[in-house]
Write a protein that binds this ligand. Structure first.
Ligand code: PRX
Length: 699
């Protein structure tokens, strides 16, 4: 673990404390059945063969019109993959599998309540449901190619059905994670310009019915305040025919999908051919500023990339039973629950609820019952399952051939539990590093070809050429023992196209930092800046250290500190707010809030704290709930008046604040320290504090 005595640790010092872990090797049994066993794969995907190397991924798909240019890089950094090509995603994920596999399960839905049995949706049934839904969206909701639609739904089969129905029509979907608040949904509706909101009445979480429909009303109101009119709210019911929300339906605006669908029984909609470069979806994510970014993904490049990486890295075969426990409302769910697995014609499991309901044996019972052989989750869930049921996996007869970890760095110790207990020492683990913006995996071991190293993602996946730069733009080659900013040298088919409605922000966020010549038309001059700190080991494996911007990774979910701070500032009594990450044993990081009150506020501090917490929950969602709200007399500030979040982060994490004498108000730091550190001592952290140290570097 790194030195905890100073916040001014240099990158080199951080790295010096890195302990090398030993390798683990894939079994002969795994290798004998793996998709990717070609030892020359890296050469084939080398930069000498770029971009034609990606042709094989596009050839996994059916095209109405084959493309003429693999990569059109004439307008950097707005890359166009498979230019000239035409395809349809819904055809690729459904129709083309019908000839051979119409009776096979495309999706198996596992309800949270254990007394409800899993429901298999065959490829034929998916075809029928997607066609009927597409007919409804086209003929009743008036949606057509290029329109945007916001989908705010929980984990039920109707979510992928709706996404695929949009894709069938060329409608651009914007799925908002079901756990986000109505306000957050409303912001995204307005930014994307959706006229239709598709939602659901409710779902089960921890055994309780959640009233989801109430969020739709708030979302529509919020969108209206922002100047966006929602004409129709289409409501799927968790139990068709039975409404489980207590929120009334609004006459002339809200409609039940199951009722409307009666008029579309048996309807078929020919898949609409779209250009490879037409957008498939938007996914909003957090960044440095308060406004979430609408990450725009393409159709052809995206689908080719998720199909190719699902095959090579997840080792998906059509006969596998694959279960990714992420939520479809995040990029992992889009790429690796819906589009990648279905493009390959496999069976994808969708679980409605929380992994530990009703107990920590649940995932393993599901795996046993369905004979899941590929399992995909995040370190947060692994930590939670280990804590609550360290020996549970042994009780169940299931066998994974491959397991995935994604979303946050995994501690080597947690990795070993995953390997030994969950994987029963049989399964290969891939630690996949990537982001919403990337469409698919960037770094990971190739499961049959590379050994695993706990805590390290691995080298770039085929065709991805990572480079680590220091702040001056000098390369830090493998083995230098210094951490820097990870970038990707080359474009790849899954890369985002732009930020919806904000191309300048796209260029500024991802390319400006290391592009030496903004006039250059050569892709080599445009490395992609990921916003993560990383270390390149001598063996070419990459260890991700965490975000270098003001983003907090809570349980694998990205939250922008500025978004949280703006939410705090909506409380009238709050004058200033600062949000910092605190290391948490299970969730990795949790936000902690500092506020200063306006002069003359007479409200009890406890009341203000409650108001701040509910403002955050209302504006963003419960996932952003802070561990604590501290009411400070003032914030530590530089002489120019900037709040020093880095100092607050050090206090919150029991780390030394370093030299604060140059601050405008150094005394306040001591006051805050006494207030914060006088509370019961926190549990010892298992997290690595590197990103806490980096935190606020931009100040
Ligand atoms: O900091 C990295 C972390 O998650 C961030 C991306 O978050 P998001 O866009 O929500 O996508 C998450 C799922 C793809 C990254 O910038 N991250 C993601 N995967 C890993 C990771 N950190 C360490 N190891 C990983 N495997």
């Amino acid at each position: 673990m790194a030195d905890r005595n100073t916040t001014e640790v240099s990158e080199a010092q951080i790295a010096a404390h890195w302990k090398e872990e030993e390798y683990y090797y894939p079994s002969a049994k795994f290798i004998s059945q793996a998709n990717l066993v070609d030892a020359d794969i890296d050469k084939k995907f080398g930069l000498d063969n770029f971009p034609e190397s990606f042709k094989g991924y596009a050839d996994l798909l059916d095209w109405y019109k084959y493309w003429h240019t693999t990569l059109d890089s004439s307008n950097p950094p707005f890359w166009k993959w498979f230019a000239g090509g035409q395809l349809n995603v819904s055809h690729n994920c459904i129709d083309r599998h019908l000839d051979k596999n119409k009776g096979k399960a495309a999706i198996i839905f596992v309800p949270e309540l254990e007394e409800e049995q899993p429901v298999a949706v065959t490829y034929q049934e998916l075809y029928v449901r997607v066609n009927e839904t597409a007919a409804l969206l086209r003929d009743y909701a008036g949606l057509k190619k290029g329109d945007r639609v916001t989908i705010h739904m929980p984990m039920t089969p109707e979510l992928p059905v709706t996404m695929l129905a949009c894709a069938r029509l060329g409608v651009i979907h914007s799925v908002v994670f079901g756990g986000f608040s109505g306000m957050a949904c409303g912001d995204r509706i307005a930014d994307s310009g959706s006229r239709v909101l598709i939602t659901s009445d409710g779902y089960y979480r921890n055994g309780q019915i959640q009233n989801h429909k109430e969020k739709a009303d708030i979302a529509v109101k919020r969108a209206k305040e922002l100047g966006a009119q929602v004409d129709k709210v289409l409501v799927w019911r968790r139990h068709p025919g039975k409404y489980i929300s207590s929120t009334p339906m609004v006459n002339g605006r809200d409609y039940f999908m199951d009722e409307l669908l009666k008029d579309y029984r048996g309807k078929r909609v020919a898949p609409v051919p779209v250009a490879a470069e037409d957008p498939l979806f938007l996914m909003y994510t957090s960044g440095t500023t308060g406004k979430p970014k609408g990450i725009q993904h393409s159709t052809g490049g995206y689908l080719a990339y998720v199909a190719g990486t699902s095959k090579n890295i997840l080792d998906i075969h059509p006969e596998d039973i694959y279960w990714c426990m992420a939520d479809i409302g995040w990029i992992t769910g889009h790429s690796y629950i819906v589009y990648g697995p279905l493009a390959l014609g496999t069976t994808s499991v969708i679980y409605e609820g929380v992994p530990t309901y009703p107990d920590a044996g649940r995932p393993w019972r599901i795996a046993q019952q369905l004979d899941v052989n590929i399992f995909h989750t995040a370190p947060t869930s692994i930590r939670q399952l280990r804590k609550l049921g360290p020996e549970e996996p042994r009780k169940y007869d299931y066998h994974f051939k491959l397991m995935v970890t994604v979303g946050e760095p995994i501690e080597p110790d947690v990795w070993r539990w995953y390997y030994n207990e969950v994987g029963k020492k049989e399964a290969v683990i891939v630690d996949t590093w990537w982001q919403t913006e990337n469409g698919g995996f960037l770094c990971s071991t190739k499961p049959a070809l590379n050994p695993m190293k706990p805590g390290s993602a691995g080298p770039g996946v085929p065709g991805i050429h990572p480079v680590i730069y220091d702040e001056n733009g000098d390369e830090l080659p493998p083995g230098t023992q210094k951490a820097g900013n990870i970038c990707i040298r080359n474009p790849w088919p899954g890369i985002m196209q732009t930020i919806w409605g904000d191309p300048d922000r796209f260029v500024a966020t991802y390319y400006a930092k290391y592009c030496k010549n903004r006039q250059s038309k050569n892709w080599r001059d445009w490395p992609y800046f990921a916003g993560d700190g990383a270390l390149y080991a001598a063996d070419g494996y990459i260890r991700i250290l965490g975000r270098v911007d003001d983003v907090i990774n809570v349980a694998g979910h990205r939250l922008g500190t500025k978004e949280l701070e703006s939410a705090c500032l909506t409380v009238p009594e709050v004058a200033e707010a600062a949000v910092v990450p605190v290391v948490d044993q299970i969730k990795g990081r949790i936000p902690e809030v500092y506020i200063a009150l306006k002069p003359g506020v007479s409200l009890d501090h406890g009341e203000v704290q409650k108001k701040v917490v509910s403002a955050i929950e209302d504006i963003i969602g419960k996932i952003a709930r802070p561990s604590h709200v501290w009411v400070a007399e003032d914030m530590p500030k530089t002489r120019s008046g900037k709040i020093m979040r880095r100092v607050l982060a050090a206090v919150s994490n029991n780390m030394d604040v370093g030299d604060v004498t140059t601050l405008a108000n150094p005394d306040i730091v001591e006051h805050i320290k006494i207030m914060v550190q006088s509370r019961a001592k926190r549990e010892a952290s298992t997290g690595t504090p590197e990103d806490i140290k980096r935190f606020g570097q931009n100040e």
